[in-house]
Design a protein around this ligand. Structure first.
Ligand SMILES: [Zn+2]
Length: 281
């Protein structure tokens, strides 16, 4: 799933290409694409796109009166739509612009899950309206004190905490792996025990991992696929840790894998991988 760096760079490219162009109409192509009934998307008709911003993993297409909050989920993409076909493959919704050389943007979602969606919210209250109201602070700008307080208020595995958008916003599975490796913190550490020292290690690790991802993503003309994104441990099971040379290990859960380096993160301890050990029996 695209995370903060991919969404941020995507937002910047969309702003560069579409800001200043008035919206002609918004066309949902499925019954589930538009998640809100009020305010009406028509409130944006005729007004120029001011910018595409970002909050957490949401793209925010901002017009004077309303904001469209767009969540791409796993396979959603907002792509330039030159054909404007009646039934585009994977098409969820279309933003048609007025007088633009490229006339439309199409939200597509490949696969059968259909979880991407768009919320149309009042611009003035966008941050306090669903779905943005549930988000924790932006991961890339959180301060040590605030993260320490949030750690103390919960007691969950830190890998899960980082991925929970209500705790901090913008991090997913890949960045959680990369952040904890940089911070030399076990992905299975409980947040209740991390304290100020844990927060002080994790805050700079978040910023470095996000900066690396942003630098790579901003060098591209389109969104990367997950295998291209820079990283030291994510998706590198069995490879050598670039910091210490130990073998990168994995623990798999349904749908995602936690990668870590035993020497850097768990005092050399190798944690049982349920999936792998099942295959070995
Ligand atoms: Zn290592």
């Amino acid at each position: 799933m695209p995370e903060m760096p991919e969404i941020q760079a995507h937002a910047e490219r969309l702003s560069a290409d579409f800001a200043g162009i008035p919206l002609k109409r918004f066309v949902p192509l499925t019954f589930t694409a538009l998640k809100t009934a009020v305010p009406a998307p028509e409130q944006a008709y005729g007004s120029p796109l001011e910018e595409v911003g970002r909050r957490g993993k949401y793209l925010l297409a901002r017009f004077e009166a309303v904001t469209f909050a767009i969540h791409l989920m796993q396979g959603g993409r907002l792509v330039v739509d030159t054909k404007q076909a009646a039934k585009p493959r994977g098409g969820q919704a279309r933003f048609v612009f007025d007088g633009a050389t490229v006339p439309a943007l199409l939200l597509t979602e490949q696969g059968s899950e259909r979880r991407a969606g768009i919320w149309c919210v009042e611009r003035a209250t966008e941050q306090t309206s669903a779905p943005l109201d549930k988000l924790g602070p932006e991961a890339a700008t959180i301060e040590v004190d605030e993260l320490a307080a949030r750690f103390a208020a919960t007691n969950m595995r830190v890998h899960g905490f980082l991925r929970d958008q209500r705790c901090v916003a913008g991090i997913g599975r890949r960045l959680a792996n990369e952040v904890l490796h940089r911070a030399k913190v076990s992905p299975f550490a409980m947040t209740g025990k991390l304290g100020a020292d844990g927060a002080a290690a994790i805050v700079p690790a978040i910023r470095e991992a996000v900066e690396d991802g942003l630098a790579y993503e901003r060098s591209r003309d389109d969104m990367s696929s997950s295998k291209d994104r820079p990283g030291r441990v994510h998706g590198r099971t069995g490879e050598a840790c670039p910091v210490c040379g130990d073998t990168v290990r994995a623990v798999s859960y349904s749908g995602y894998t936690v990668n870590y380096c035993p020497t850097c993160q768990t005092g050399g301890k190798v944690l049982a991988d349920n999936t792998t050990s099942k295959f070995l029996k």
